[in-house]
Structures are given as C-alpha cells and as structure tokens.
Design a protein around this ligand. Structure first.
Ligand SMILES: Cc1cc2nc3c(=O)[nH]c(=O)nc-3n(C[C@H](O)[C@H](O)[C@H](O)COP(=O)(O)O)c2cc1C
Length: 500
C-alpha cells in the first residue's frame, strides 16, 4: 500500500515536471543536443554508410545521429537514427525526467499504462486544421525524393519506412490502428509493406480485400519518436495507439485528418503519405530483423502501397532505424515498455510480490525476460514464469524467462547469471513449453513458403533461479557473502574517491 502511494506521489511530480512538453520532433532533437547526446553527420552515403555509422554508434557511444548533406540529396533533407538508445531518451520522449534508472522507468511506465486504460477517452487524438508537413503537398509522387537508406550490404532495397507509423482503419468498427511496419521503395509511387504474423493491420487489410476493395492507408516517416514507440508496441486490442500514447503521456496527440483517407496523421509529422494497400504482391527484402539475422530467407512477396499523395515539411527529417546484432538501433526502447506490460499482467493475474521485471536488450526485448519476486509460497516462481512467458507482450518471439529472488536486480546481467548458476539446478530448475506462438523471423525456424505466417510455433524455456522455497522458509539456504550494510555505507562515505 505504502509503496503504491510513493510511486503515485513521485509520478504526480513527474507529470508536473513534464507538463510544459510540446510534441515536436525538432524540439526533441534540441533537447537531445542539450543532453550532449546528439551528433551531426554530414556527407554520408545512403548506400550502406548510414547503416554502418548507425550500427557502429549504437555499439559504442549511443549518440542520436542527425544525417545531413546525404550523398545525392539536397542539403536539409535529413534522417535521424539512434533516437531511443537509453532510458534518458525514452524518458524524455515520454515527457519524463531523463534521470530515471531502467527499473524506475519501468515502474513509472507501468503506473502510466495502467491508468491509461481508465483515462483513454480523455486523451482521444485532437484534430487540428494545419500542420507544418502540409508546407509541401504533391500528387505528383516521387518517393526517391527522400534519402531512404539501404542500411546493409545484404538488404534487398532502400527502406524509407523502418521507424514509421502506419495508420489503417477497421472497416467494421472504425478503430484506427497504428503500427510500425517496414516499407521498401519499389518505384516512384509504389512501396512494399511487410506484416509479420499476428498484426492488427494485416487483419484490417484482409477485410478490405475480402470486400474487393483496396485498403486506405496513411504513413508518417518522420516524427517525434513517441510515434515510433507506440506504433512499435502491442497496444491493447481495439485501442488506437494515438489515444494510448496520449493517455500514457497525459497529453493528447494532435493529428491532421488525412485529406484523402481521413486517417489521423500526427501533426508533428515531417513526411507523410496517403494511398492504398493493394493485393498486388511484389518481391520485398530481405532486411535485417530484430533478432539480428536475415531469417526470412531471401525475398518475400509482400503487399504494396500505391502512394497517391505525399506531404512534407521544408527541410524534412526522416526517422530511421536498423536491426543487427544486439544492442542494435531499436533494441533498447521496447525493454522498459515490454517489462512494464508484463509486470502489470503478472499483477493482474494475481502474482504477488513482483519486485521487478526487465527484458534484456541482448534478447532484443523479447527473448530474455527476468522477473524478480519475493517468494511467498512453493510454486510462486512457476506461476510468475509461466504467465510471463505466455502473456501477449511476453509471448511473441519469446525464448527464455528467468525467475529470480528479490535480492537480485533483474536489470543486472551479472546478478541474473549468478542466480542462474547458484540457485537453479538444470535437472529440475528449467521447464520447457512446446508449440507456443512462433514467428517466421526466428532463425531456428525452417522456412516453408507454403506455410502461412500464423502457423509458426516455438518453445519456451523458463529458468527458476530461485532459492528452494522450503530452504528459504526455514532459513536454511546458505548466506550470501557480503558486507554489512552499515559498514558498506560508511566506507562509501569515507573512501568516496574510490567509488565515485
Ligand atoms: C523499428 C520497428 C520495426 C518493425 N517492423 C515491423 C515489420 O516490418 N513488420 C511487422 O509486422 N512488424 C514490425 N514491427 C513490430 C510491430 O510494429 C509491433 O509488433 C506492433 O505492435 C504492431 O502493431 P499491431 O499489433 O497493432 O499490428 C516493428 C517494430 C519496430 C519497433
């Protein structure tokens, strides 16, 4: 009870601190620069150089990179990568102070996401009449006008949509879905779009096609990174990501009603298009996937988008990203979001005394989740592990869940591996679940072109790195070797030069 109140008080404080936030990509870039986290890169080639710089950066300094004077493009046609590489930039993007630790960010996000459910109607997107992206509007479409990168040598093409926000409407219910789906340049006015397995937009598109119609679509290719955050996560079914993002940040999204489709385009968009998704498949890819491989073979046949209108700000800034061996350019931001979603579901399912959840970047936020609990009864760890690995945010592309005790920091891999090594007996401490939800991007899957993407399954390993409950109850588990807390505090104070 007390802990809940503390979190709420702190959260209220954060809201006040975040109040003045205006959602604008260019202001966001200024704020990142003020934090010392922006680097401007002039003269890089869209052909592989942007990709190589982006990938090297995330493995070293983790700057946000603003590319300008891109080879073959006019000055001012820019691209930003490295938007959400750490807790500072994720917090900033959400309107929170950039000082939160990973786990504090998870705690605040969890509270925000939980209360978002109740307040979602108060934060419906607000339609405005004008926006900077309407500075240039054209029905004479040429998508090669924008510096879409080919990120890596083996990519199958140039990708304008990697950190995009794709808006589609359910023809039956009117629900607007926003998802991040990759989009490759095909020709001047044609893009391809990839829907992996269980995607909301995929089902919507099918409904239009079943009725013999093309599916109206609007896409934003450059925007405040909040749009990417919410397009790229699993919002609850039937809830528009714009409303959800508004409710979580407690600031309604401003949108423009797309002139052609009526779909809500974020007002802070830098480059947007409208058009139709048609059932005219074209070869697409490959493109490196979030697991760090080109797993789906060479080339897919994917639906195409016929672009009917394009809009862009003067000197537009695309938002881009690419996968790779983790940490990669978008492996961080989904860690706190997914951890918050899983933690919340655990509590809703009645799992007591969850102390923390963290989804690790090395597992691309999906495949290595750690849940810390204060064990209350025998089997408590099983309950937490099974739910964490099968709830929706934890299930898709999952692999391992590790359950640890409350003295283990789930964000600290040394702590977690020590718990695995010293508290789990492989013969009895690992459970396997077979035939759970799978994905064709899994490098272990046999690619079978005759298979629907929805047919793939995979297994899960749950590792119980917890002290045996009966020993815990009787205080019989060996004591950890560590300093007395008072002595630790004293030496930290008196020998601060060693520890700072
Ligand atoms: C950078 C990034 C790129 C993504 N690319 C794709 C993609 O090409 N195809 C896809 O189906 N999902 C992709 N995703 C995952 C979806 O955006 C994500 O699962 C989202 O929740 C889908 O929304 P939906 O469940 O409303 O369809 C990507 C996510 C991110 C963050």
């Amino acid at each position: 009870m007390k802990r809940g109140t503390e979190v709420k008080d702190r959260d209220e404080k954060l809201v006040r601190e975040g109040e003045s936030l205006r959602r604008d990509f260019r202001l966001w870039i200024d704020e990142v620069e003020a934090l010392g986290l922006l680097r401007k890169v002039n003269g890089a080639d869209w052909d592989q150089e942007i990709g190589a710089i982006t990938d090297t950066n995330v493995k070293k300094h983790k700057y946000s990179l603003l590319f300008d004077k891109i080879k073959g493009y006019p000055d001012g046609f820019r691209l930003l990568t490295g938007a959400l590489l750490d807790s500072k930039r994720v917090a900033l993007t959400l309107g929170l102070p950039p000082t939160l630790s990973d786990l504090d960010l998870v705690k605040v996000l969890r509270e925000r996401m939980r209360s978002a459910g109740e307040s979602i109607d108060d934060y419906s997107p607000r339609t405005v009449e004008d926006a900077p992206f309407l500075e240039n509007t054209s029905k004479d479409v040429d998508m090669f006008k924008f510096p879409a990168p080919k990120y890596f040598e083996h990519d199958g093409g140039r990708y304008i949509g990697t950190a995009d926000a794709v808006m589609t409407r359910d023809p039956d219910t009117g629900w607007v879905n926003v998802g991040a789906y990759r989009m490759m340049l095909q020709d001047k006015n044609t893009l391809s779009i990839l829907f992996e397995a269980v995607r909301h937009a995929r089902f919507m598109v099918q409904k239009y096609w079943d009725a013999g119609k093309p599916c109206p679509v609007a896409v934003s290719f450059g925007h405040h990174p909040l749009a990417l955050m919410f397009a790229g996560i699993e919002a609850p079914q039937g809830v528009s990501e714009w409303a959800y993002a508004g409710a979580v940040t407690r600031q309604a999204y401003e949108v423009i009603k797309g002139p052609l489709t009526g779909l809500p385009i974020p007002a802070d968009s830098e480059v947007a298009i409208e058009g139709y998704i048609v059932n005219e498949p074209r070869p697409e890819g490959p493109l490196g996937e979030f697991m760090g491989y080109y797993a789906m073979g060479t080339v897919n046949e994917c639906p195409t988008v016929k672009v009917e209108a394009v809009y862009y700000r003067n000197n537009p800034i695309l938002l881009g990203t690419c996968a790779g061996r983790p940490p990669h350019d978008y492996s961080y931001f989904r860690c706190p979001v997914r951890a918050a979603l899983i933690w919340d579901i655990l509590e809703q399912a009645g799992v007591q005394e969850v102390q923390g959840v963290w989804c690790h970047e090395a597992g691309y936020s999906r495949a290595f989740t750690v849940v810390s609990i204060k064990q209350m009864f025998a089997g408590h760890d099983r309950m937490a592990g099974y739910i964490a690995c099968q709830c929706r945010p934890g299930a898709v592309a999952g692999r391992y869940v590790v359950v640890v005790d409350d003295d283990i920091d789930p964000t600290n891999l040394d702590d977690v591996i020590w718990a695995m090594c010293s508290r789990s007996d492989p013969a009895t401490g690992i459970d396997i679940i077979k035939e759970t939800i799978g994905t064709p991007v899994d490098p272990l899957e046999e690619q079978d072109p005759s298979k629907d993407m929805l047919e793939y399954t995979g297994s899960r390993g749950i590792i119980f790195a917890t002290k045996p409950y009966s020993k815990l109850l009787r205080n019989e588990f060996p004591q950890v070797v560590e300093s007395n807390p008072k002595v630790k505090k004293k030496v930290a104070r008196e020998w601060s030069e060693i520890f700072s």
